[in-house]
Design a protein around this ligand. Sequence first.
Ligand code: 2AM
Length: 198
Amino acid sequence: MRAFIGIGLPPECRRAIGEAISPFRARRLAVSWTPEQNLHVTLKFLGETPPGRVDEIASLLLAAGSGIPAFEFLAEGAGGFPSLRAPRVLWVGIREPLELVGKLQENMEKVLSGAGFPCEERPFHPHITVGRVRDRLPPGWGEKYASALSGKPFGAVGVNSYQLYESRLSPGGAVYAVLRDIPLPRGPERTEREEKGK
Ligand code: 2AM
């Protein structure tokens, strides 16, 4: 089973991103665009994983998130990896003031590596992959993509939980299924409000 850990996006946010990239899709360039329903933030790619380890992974993920209260991020802006001049991956960015996504990813790497899952060596740049470039793009195209989407807000994403996914590859593209939804502790704002209501 191919598995990864990520944060799913609400339908409104996926729709807003889908609408913003539709003029680029229409140009029939050598890009595999992510289907709207698959848009997500990857936290860690696990790759081939024994199905018998799902419960163990879920409890490690619960522990990794235990010190991270539910938070919110904004989906905003766009860019390319490794560069906009010659992008292989086209993405939409995320922004959150307290950098809890990074903290969550760090905790996750720690607990998973303790259980024998290899650590990610590359620095973590959270993003939403919207397309993978299959061939060379016309010059200046990456820059055009980023400037067309720059400053565009795609909505706020409330992160109350994160997900362990199975990814099935098929000729029609990857199909994702949530194997486990891992709750994060309630955020301070909500707790405070509830306290006041007592
Ligand atoms: P990305 O979008 O950040 O590139 C599900 O397949 C997700 O896992 C993808 O969206 C991708 O994250 C990541 N992924 C897929 N194959 C990978 C690989 N071989 N190594 C690292 N990450 C991978």
